[in-house]
Design a protein around this ligand. Structure first.
Ligand code: UDX
Ligand code: UDX
Length: 472
C-alpha cells in the first residue's frame, strides 16, 4: 500500500514491552492503518527489525513477522514519523523517581514530557495524543499545557491505559477484557475518543470499549494494578499462618475462590509479586494520596507493598534458618529469575531480593532461567538493588549462571524455585537429587513442583503456605 492509501497513520513513541506488542496487534487487525513504532534507542529498533525481537512473548515473533514491512514499521526517524501521524501513542517508561521530591514513590514523567515537547516541535498539524504509559492522575493536563505553549495547532489528549500482562501480552491484546479510553468531555474530546474507538472496533466488541473522562481513565490504571497486587499480598499474608497451622494455602484459595464475589483468579501464593507495574503504580498511588493529605488512604495501600517485602524477606530467612542457620559457601540452585513465567522480564523480580539476602550470607548461587541472560540479571541487580561487584565484592564469583537445571543442581545443597516456569513442574527430580549434597533441601516459592514425589525421593521440602516437613 502506498503511503497515501492508508486511512490513518499511527506513530507510537516507545518500542518497549507495551509499545511493541500493542502496535503489532493494531497493525495486524487494521491493515488499512499504517503503524510506525519509534524509539530513541537505535539498538531497540534494530532488534525489532531483526529475527530476534528485544522482548520474549509467546506468539509475538510470528505476529510481528506477519505485518512488519507491510503496515507495521520500526524506525528511529522520530520527527518525520510524528509529523505524518494522525494519532501519536506515548508509550515510554515512567519509572519511580530515584531522587528529588517524591523520591522512591512518585513516578517520573520526564520521558512523557519530553515526548510532548518533541510532538509540539515537529508537528505541522493538530493530532490526537494517546497516553499509553501509566501516569499519575492529571498528567494529561501537563501534556496539554506543554503542547499548547509550544505549538499553534489543536491537540486532543486521550488516556488509553494498557492492561496486558507480560507472558500473555499477545492474547490479552487480541482478546482484551476491556479497552479503556478517557478523554475530555467536549465536542473535540468526544470526537477524538470516537476516532480511537473506531481503531479498536476493528476487533473489540463495542460493549468492551469503555469510555470515561480523562481523569477516571488515568486513575483506573493505578487502581486496577493496586487491587491486583493487593490480592497477591492478601493471599501471601495468609501463607505464614498456614505454615504454622498445617493449613494449605492452595486449598484455601480454592475454597474462597469458589465464592463468585471473591473469584478464583490472582490467588496464587508466591514468594512475592514483581514486574514493572505493581510496585511502581502502588507507590505512585500512595504518593498521590499523600499529596492530597489523605494519609489513611496512603497508609492502606502502602501496606500492600510492605507485605510483599515481608514475603520476600521471609522466604530468604526461612531458607537460611532451615539450612542449619548458615548458607555460607553453600551452593544453592536458583530455578528461575524472571518475575513470572513466559517472559524474560526481570524488573522488580522477587528472585533478585531473595538472592541478595543469600549473597549477604555468602551463599554461592547457581541460577538457571530459560529466558534471562546473565547480562540482564546483573543489570537488574544493579538497577533495583544497587548490587554490583563494587558494592558486593565477589558478586561475579558468587553468582554462576547455568544452562540447565541439571547444571544448576550439581553439588547444590538446595534448590529454590523462584519462577513458575512449566519445566519446573516436571523435571527429572530423581536425577537432580542424585547429584546434590545431602540433606537435599527444596524451597518452592511458587508451589509448582510435585512435593509428594519430592519427599518420596528424599528431598526435605519447604513450600509457601503448605504444611511443613516435620524434619525441621
Ligand atoms: C510500559 C508503560 O509505558 C509504562 O508506563 C508502564 O509503567 C510499564 O510498561 P514499557 O513498555 O514496559 O513501559 O517500558 P520499556 O520496555 O522500558 O520501553 C520504553 C521504551 O521507550 C524504551 O525502549 C525506551 O528506549 C523508549 N523511550 C524512552 C523513548 O523512545 N523515548 C524516551 O524519551 C524515553
Ligand atoms: C500487571 C497487570 O496484570 C496488567 O494488567 C498490567 O497492565 C501490568 O501489570 P504483569 O506485571 O505483566 O501485569 O503480570 P501479572 O500477571 O499481573 O503478575 C504480576 C506479579 O504478581 C508476578 O510477579 C506474578 O508472579 C505475581 N502473581 C500474580 C502472584 O504472585 N500470584 C498471583 O496469583 C498472580
Amino acid at each position: 500500500m502506498s503511503s497515501e492509501q492508508y486511512s490513518l497513520k499511527i506513530c507510537c513513541m516507545g518500542a518497549g514491552y507495551v509499545g511493541g506488542p500493542t502496535m503489532a496487534v493494531i497493525a495486524a487487525k487494521c491493515p488499512h492503518i499504517k503503524v510506525t513504532v519509534v524509539d530513541i534507542s537505535v539498538k531497540q529498533i534494530a532488534a525489532w527489525n531483526s529475527s530476534s525481537l528485544p522482548i520474549y512473548e509467546p506468539g509475538l515473533q510470528e505476529l510481528v513477522e506477519s505485518v512488519r514491512g507491510k503496515n507495521l514499521f520500526f524506525s528511529t526517524e522520530v520527527d518525520a514519523t510524528i509529523a505524518e501521524a494522525d494519532i501519536v501513542f506515548v508509550s515510554v517508561n515512567t519509572p519511580t523517581k530515584t531522587a528529588g521530591i517524591g523520591k522512591g514513590f512518585a513516578s517520573n514523567i520526564k520521558n512523557v514530557e519530553l515526548c510532548a515537547r518533541k510532538i509540539a516541535e515537529v508537528s505541522t498539524a493538530g493530532k490526537i495524543i494517546v497516553e499509553k504509559s501509566t501516569v499519575p492522575v492529571r498528567t494529561a493536563d501537563s501534556i496539554k499545557r506543554v503542547l499548547k505553549s509550544a505549538s499553534p495547532y489543536e491537540f486532543q489528549v486521550l488516556s488509553n491505559p494498557e492492561f496486558l500482562a507480560e507472558g500473555t501480552a499477545v492474547n490479552d491484546l487480541l482478546f482484551p477484557s476491556r479497552v479503556l479510553i478517557g478523554g475530555e468531555q467536549t465536542p473535540g474530546g468526544l470526537k477524538a475518543i470516537d476516532t480511537l474507538v473506531q481503531v479498536y472496533a476493528n476487533w473489540v466488541a463495542a460493549p468492551q470499549i469503555i469510555t470515561t473522562n480523562l481523569w477516571s481513565s488515568e486513575l483506573s490504571k493505578l487502581v486496577a494494578n493496586a487491587m491486583l497486587a493487593q490480592r497477591v499480598s492478601s493471599i501471601n499474608s495468609i501463607t505464614a499462618l498456614c505454615e504454622r497451622t498445617d493449613a494449605d494455602v492452595d486449598e484455601i484459595a480454592r475454597a474462597i475462590g469458589a465464592d463468585p464475589r471473591i473469584g478464583s483468579k490472582f490467588l496464587k501464593a508466591s514468594v512475592g509479586y514483581g514486574g514493572s507495574c505493581f510496585q511502581k503504580d502502588i507507590l505512585n498511588l500512595v504518593y498521590i494520596c499523600e499529596s492530597f493529605g489523605l494519609k489513611e488512604c496512603a497508609d492502606y495501600w502502602n501496606q500492600v507493598v510492605l507485605m510483599n517485602e515481608y514475603q520476600k524477606k521471609r522466604f530468604a530467612m526461612n531458607m537460611v534458618k532451615t539450612m542449619f542457620n548458615t548458607v555460607t559457601s553453600k551452593k544453592i540452585a536458583i530455578f528461575g529469575f524472571a518475575f513470572k513465567k513466559d517472559t524474560g522480564d526481570t524488573r522488580e523480580t522477587a528472585a533478585a531480593f531473595v538472592m541478595k539476602d543469600l549473597l549477604d550470607e555468602q551463599a554461592i548461587l547457581h541460577v538457571y532461567d530459560p529466558q534471562v541472560t546473565r547480562e540482564q540479571m546483573m543489570l537488574e541487580f544493579q538497577y533495583t538493588l544497587n548490587v554490583t561487584e563494587e558494592t558486593t565484592p565477589g558478586l561475579n564469583r558468587l553468582i554462576i549462571t547455568c544452562d540447565s537445571v541439571l547444571e544448576a543442581a550439581r553439588g547444590a545443597h538446595a534448590i529454590a524455585v523462584m519462577t513458575e516456569w512449566d519445566e519446573f513442574t516436571s523435571c527429572d527430580y530423581k536425577a537432580l537429587y542424585d547429584i546434590m549434597e545431602k540433606p537435599a533441601f527444596f524451597f518452592d516459592g511458587r508451589n509448582v513442583a510435585p512435593h509428594a514425589q519430592l519427599r518420596e525421593i528424599g528431598f526435605e521440602v519447604y513450600a509457601i503456605g503448605k504444611p511443613q516437613d516435620k524434619l525441621f
